[in-house]
Design a protein around this ligand. Sequence first.
Ligand code: ADP
Length: 315
Amino acid sequence: MSLEVSDLQKRYKDVEALSGLSFSLAPGKALALLGPNGAGKSTAIKILTTLVRPDAGKIAWDGRDLRNDPAALRDLVGYVSQELAMDKVLTAVEFMRFTAGLLHLPWRAHRERALALIDQLGLSEAKDRRVGDYSGGMKRRLDLAAALLHNPKVLILDEPTTGLDIEARELIWRLIEQFKADGGAVILASHDFQEVQHLADYVLILEQGKVGAQGGPEALKQALGRWIVRFSSHEFMDADALAAAKAVFAEQAGYRVLDQEVRCLALACSNDADMGAVHEHVFATATRAGLPVFSLNIQHPNLEDVYRFSLRGES
Ligand code: ADP
């Protein structure tokens, strides 16, 4: 049993919003969709939540094609949007009832589940208070409760913790983890790399509607290199200083110039050397070439590096 998305395509007039999105997602796993603004993340989410029809492609669950069956697809997925569409005068219970109405779920049969979800998401004490008086974290939790009301197998979340404080963010993470542990599949659009690292089993980077890098977070990091080195010869490296440093390090075996970042040169080092040896080598190479060493930072790649360097390509 899994969600199989193959070759989804969507064009808006002259914009290719999505051109060939494919992935597969098993129960209990989470996929993170990353990409800059305009990459096609919202379009993908809108297609998966039946708000937009794709021009081509397939969405299947357990082998059954759902592309022409929006009711079945709506049944399968729960959606927590970025914009909280809540009527401020409703209480939590009234909001759940309103949601049930939208989903054509008879309230009598779903009231108990709604109350259980409110309780599970830590809102039972506030259940009769107006949503307008809720904190941002409480609103998110209520939105999550509403998305779970019809017992979806796939939960789609668009930047679920943007703007929340640390405690509220970690609580949402725990709730998402619980949904995964209970066998739910999660699709998450996020710009928060810590969140992606924490929750995602699989990362898919979109760029201009196309899939760039995709894979497990660890595999993607390893593919980039063993170490990411950031070197600068001056506090503010100008184009000449960057070009000089680039020329020196481009010739070093085991090192790849990734990109010129603002004020420093980024390199990937793929040999087995430990951090001390890499430090020594870069320091000695720069000194030998007459480059002063203003700063030298060495670390294993993180997801932000994967994102940054897979988008910009390599020079
Ligand atoms: P993201 O969510 O990654 O920021 P979107 O899916 O919103 O990206 O947008 C992908 C591309 O499709 C962008 O170029 C955007 O301008 C375009 N687009 C999105 N929705 C529409 C629409 N309703 N009409 C025309 N163009 C659209």
